[in-house]
Write a protein that binds this ligand. Structure first.
Ligand SMILES: [Zn+2]
Ligand SMILES: [Zn+2]
Length: 100
């Protein structure tokens, strides 16, 4: 039987600009298997981060759409705790309404 060694290579250079998560982060809350998914875009796997894809080299970020209100459709800037849907991406306006 041969031994299988899985080497996790930490890659701080591709950390998410939204939350700082990368694969191998010493903080378990930020240790997500972020990696290249679409061309030069990485996918952020942090459920608490509104960033969907980002380009770590030019800093371009593609965020999710606000899901706080079904009719909103603004780009998400944060993630809110929803009583029913748990964590949902939300825009600044809805986040302000939700916390006021
Ligand atoms: Zn992120
Ligand atoms: Zn919104």
């Amino acid at each position: 039987m041969s031994e299988i060694t899985i080497t996790v290579v930490p890659d701080e250079s591709i950390a998410c600009p939204g939350c700082g998560a990368y694969w191998g982060h010493p903080d378990p809350a930020l240790d997500h298997p972020n990696r290249f998914k679409v061309d030069t875009f990485c996918r952020c796997y942090n459920p608490r981060c509104p960033v969907l894809y980002y380009d770590p080299y030019i800093g371009e970020v593609e965020v999710g759409t606000c899901e706080w209100f079904a009719a909103c459709g603004n780009p998400a800037t944060t993630v809110l705790e929803h009583p029913v849907l748990t964590l949902v991406p939300a825009c600044e306006r809805c986040a302000g309404l939700a916390t006021s």
